[in-house]
Design a protein around this ligand. Sequence first.
Ligand code: FAD
Length: 331
Amino acid sequence: MANGILVIVEQNDGKVSRIGWEALAAGQELGASLNVEVHALALGQNAAAAAKEAATAQIKSVAFAENKELAYYTPDGFCAAAKMFIEKTSPAYVLAGHSYQARDYLPKLATACNRPLIGDCIGYRNEGGALVFVRQAFQGKINADYSFLPQSGAPHFVSFQAGAISSDKLQRGGSASVAEAGLDLSGVHIRTKVLEIFEGVKGKVDLTKADIIVSVGRGIKEKDKLSIVEELAKVMGAELAASRPVCDDGWLPIDRQIGSSGQTVSPKLYVAVGISGAIQHIVGMKGARTIVAINKDERAPIFDLADYGIVGDLFEIVPALTAAIKEAKGA
Ligand code: FAD
């Protein structure tokens, strides 16, 4: 694998997570751009099953480690395992999705390897064979370019924001080789112990898994009017989401907020109703495959991003849309 790309694929009990697929898609893109091979590593309980799944992506090989030291995620265990594998294989780039887990162990891993990390990237470009990565700064107000200095040496550590490179771009139909990573972690000092794993908020909505999202903004004006948007979401089989002011006012729970201080989503369809398109909102939904915006202000920034825009009063458009969908469904 020397000089190739190593993707650390996040998995949960044998299933590659969405951000894991996105990291594989990023690996494929970077691999094609640099004309190098792409390999993957899955760590943790049932990583072998996840590795088999990951091997369906068009990449060269997938290694897995299910050592007892990795039964539960710990930064010490994952960092030690990944470092050992990196030392064995000498990749040029190490990629991961910028998940909660990755933000926990990846800086530690890069530091342990004495290398810098460019984290939470939203894009990249190839400038004459050198990769330039784009990150946001100042709460998404500006984008900034980052590159590794030549003297920093391989491997280069990079993580991509959820939705930055859609898993829809993943090239499947591969038949990568799958092998146990062969790591001896018996001497690794793991300083934390997982006592219990539980859902952060009971019944919390995971909008990251939704295919269709109807999202409502301050244009709805008052809580009592939300029902028209709820009805649209219902007929579309969509999850309901919101911009921050709607959640700040307590009209919808905070776990439905999309944006820099909410969830980052990449559904197939995102319908933004009465949302202006502030940067803090856009960072959370720009990864949607198709964006439809309904806004009475034709100059609203959301239209710069939208694939389809409807300029008009949401109180007329949303009920009409709901009725049309119901009719089309024969309901
Ligand atoms: P507005 O900007 O007020 O837009 C309302 C829109 O509705 C307007 O474009 C208007 O033309 C339209 N409208 C009004 N009436 C109608 C009608 N009858 N029919 C059709 N359209 C109509 N925001 C987030 O969303 N998520 C975040 O995670 C987030 N995090 C933040 C973090 C920080 C540190 C800061 C400073 C801000 C954050 N914000 C976040 C807030 C963000 O800056 C915006 O204020 C917010 O996104 C605006 O929400 P909005 O589009 O619903 O409201």
